[in-house]
Ligand binder design. Structure first.
Ligand SMILES: Cc1cc2nc3c(=O)[nH]c(=O)nc-3n(C[C@H](O)[C@H](O)[C@H](O)COP(=O)(O)OP(=O)(O)OC[C@H]3O[C@@H](n4cnc5c(N)ncnc54)[C@H](O)[C@@H]3O)c2cc1C
Length: 186
């Protein structure tokens, strides 16, 4: 999909309805910014995050760690035990960076790795560097201020996703899309 125009029409083809289930800034790229749906999408502000995966040869943190918020750290705000999540006890952590660190490294996410490794080691008292790391960039990771409405729908063009329903989680994204689907079916 490249363009959603009034009508609605998708890439020039008339359709009964068009749904953009994605963060507002991504939807805005496909819409006429001066049209009502484009204005709705453009009004959404998002924050970035980097998700960093860190693997060690063995576990070097408390056995009962599931996940932890890191308060007042400039680099990392959440650490999750991925081995615990997967249930295989793999010695792997996933760290989510602060929006500030991610914003500084959107062009070259790997350059943020030293700061993330240092923050994770310090937060959990780990005395050696991880054996391997991987970084994933999420330019639109969290809605800055999720909307109260469950979805947007103007002239047959619908907007939904986790920007529309607090809290920003899969459940919110799903319920937003489901509510929009019901409205279109009616
Ligand atoms: C690092 C990270 C970790 C997270 N962890 C959790 C967690 O543990 N638990 C939890 O509940 N939530 C988690 N979330 C939140 C969860 O990922 C989101 O709430 C959910 O994915 C939002 O779903 P969505 O459908 O609104 O948007 P998205 O998942 O972003 O989906 C938008 C889709 O639109 C597609 N798209 C974009 N442009 C076009 C186009 N032109 N044509 C066609 N398709 C297009 C994209 O490719 C994408 O597939 C996490 C988010 C991040 C960033």
């Amino acid at each position: 999909m490249r363009r959603v125009t009034a009508g609605p029409a998708v890439d020039g083809r008339a359709v009964p309805a068009a749904v953009l289930a994605m963060p507002g800034p991504q939807a805005a790229r496909l819409l006429d910014p001066a049209g009502p749906a484009g204005r709705l999408a453009t009004a959404e502000a998002w924050q970035p995050a980097l998700a960093v995966v860190l693997g060690w040869a063995g576990r070097r943190w408390p056995a009962d760690l599931h996940g932890a918020f890191v308060h007042d750290d400039p680099a990392v705000e959440w650490i999750a035990d991925d081995g615990d999540r997967r249930g295989d006890a793999a010695p792997v952590l996933v760290a989510h960076t602060t929006a500030g660190l991610a914003a500084e490294h959107l062009e070259r996410p790997a350059a943020a790795l030293p700061a993330v490794v240092a923050a994770v080691r310090s937060a959990l008292g780990i005395d050696v560097d991880p054996e391997w790391t991987a970084v994933h960039r999420w330019t639109f990771a969290r809605p800055a201020s999720p909307r109260d409405e469950p979805y947007g729908l103007v002239d047959g063009t619908g907007l939904c996703g986790d920007g529309w329903h607090a809290p920003a989680k899969v459940e919110g994204a799903w319920s937003s899309g489901a509510a929009l689907g019901h409205a279109l079916a009616r």
